[in-house]
Design a protein around this ligand. Structure first.
Ligand SMILES: *Cc1c(COP(=O)(O)O)cnc(C)c1O
Length: 395
């Protein structure tokens, strides 16, 4: 048999982690890696954070899973905490980011259905967006590599240029339900939308009774130095998808909505077997214990600023490779002058883990708990690796 037991949909690299500790990952044979990728913005607290690990251990011993047919003291408590800390009035818990976006899409359509406007079912989405790998979430992008071979896709999405307010407004018609947008595109290359764009979308939604749906799966949960990135933009959404960092490594997600936006999500309209189970709630609460306070968010903004300026100071020494640094908080991208994937591969062999993104960007997504010593180690290692790097011929 030629096929591998693990379905071969990932180009898996030579790094084979078996253990993690803080900012470090260790491979099968004891290799040590500095992990500034954090499982793609997931391990907010690094690896093996005692508060998170203990919370999961304790909950696993007490009660792991019950059906959503029963009352959920754990889900009610965590949902209340999210409501207290955000724009939202209500929360649906999922197991992943794509499911959170899926719930967000359903909530937006259902809002108009409940308002007697079932023809308002189209979401305007944006070029180079990434919303997940389900049929609905690949239908919501224009990225051919995600969609190839999966037709027929789901109708009801209209893709326009990102961060171009005129294009977004021109796309509104009588079928428009709202906008689905990442305030900071992750996969697409760490591109923060402008404030004018985000406030313009909010204004259009108010004027035309549309839903502003934010995909904060990657940029949410303190990553940008704000609990959610919409706070940086000075707006509030109607619906928001959260995941990745929210469980600190435990698989979970959430769809947040205002009471008005969720008016169609009544009994029987949606569900999930695992979503919001007590173990996930314990993980989410433990992450919030650490990150959902002004002191920690200020640490993310300040440390993110120092990381950014350390990277900016390094660039002139390697200006044949690096162009600029962009992003918000600890969601940073280094725009390269050469193929970023090849460089990320090279960094792995030098013991540094980062993730490539679109537009020849290298994503820098460290655990939010890093300190100045970690920054020094990272920038020093990155600079030394860049010194040794030979740009591949074919790239
Ligand atoms: C990762 C990601 C998703 C999908 O999350 P999964 O947990 O992989 O389903 C959706 N949207 C954005 C912005 C993401 O970065």
């Amino acid at each position: 048999m030629a096929i591998t037991p693990l379905m071969p949909v990932y180009p898996r690299c030579e790094v084979r982690p078996v253990r993690g500790e803080g900012v470090y990952l260790y491979g099968e044979n004891g290799e040590k890696y500095l992990d500034f990728a954090s499982g793609i913005a997931v391990n907010l607290l690094g690896h093996g954070h005692p508060h998170l690990t203990k919370a999961i251990q304790k909950q696993a011993e007490t009660l792991m899973h019950v059906s959503n047919l029963y009352g959920s003291p754990q889900g009610e408590a965590f949902a209340q905490r999210i409501v207290d800390n955000t724009f939202a009035d209500t929360v649906f818990f999922t197991n992943s980011g794509a499911e959170a976006v899926e719930c967000a899409i359903k909530t937006a359509r259902r809002y108009h259905h409940a308002g007697g406007n079932p023809h308002k079912h189209d979401l305007i989405t944006f070029k180079n967006a990434f919303h997940g790998r389900t049929m609905a979430t690949i239908s919501a992008t224009d990225q051919e590599k995600l969609r190839d071979g999966f037709a027929p896709l789901l109708p009801g999405f209209k893709v326009v240029e990102f961060d171009n307010l005129d294009a977004a407004l021109a796309a509104i018609d009588e079928h428009t339900a709202g906008f689905l947008v990442e305030p900071v595109q992750g996969e697409g290359g760490i591109r923060p939308a402008s404030k004018e764009f985000m406030t313009g979308l909010r204004k259009a939604c108010d004027e035309h009774d549309l839903m502003l749906v934010l995909d904060e799966v990657q940029c949410g949960v303190a990553r940008t130095g704000y609990l959610y990135a919409y706070e940086y933009y000075g707006i509030t959404p109607d619906i928001l998808a959260s995941a990745k960092g929210i469980g600190g490594g435990f698989p979970m997600g959430a769809c947040l909505a205002t009471e008005k936006a969720a008016r169609g999500m009544v009994i029987g309209t949606h569900g999930s077997t695992y979503g919001g189970n007590p173990l996930a709630m314990a993980a989410g609460e433990a992450v919030f214990d650490v990150v959902a306070n002004e002191e920690f968010l200020a640490h993310v903004r300040q440390t993110g600023e120092r990381l950014r300026s350390a990277l900016e100071q390094m660039i002139p020494n390697h200006d044949h490779l690096f162009e600029s640094v962009r992003g918000l908080g600890m969601m940073l991208g280094i725009k390269m002058k050469t193929d970023s994937r090849a460089f990320v591969n090279w960094l792995r062999s030098e013991g540094i883990l980062l993730v490539a993104a679109g537009d020849n960007v290298v994503r820098v997504l460290p655990p939010l708990t890093i300190d100045d010593g970690d920054i020094r180690e990272f920038v020093h290692g990155l600079s030394a690796a860049a010194d040794k790097y030979r740009i591949p011929e074919a790239a």
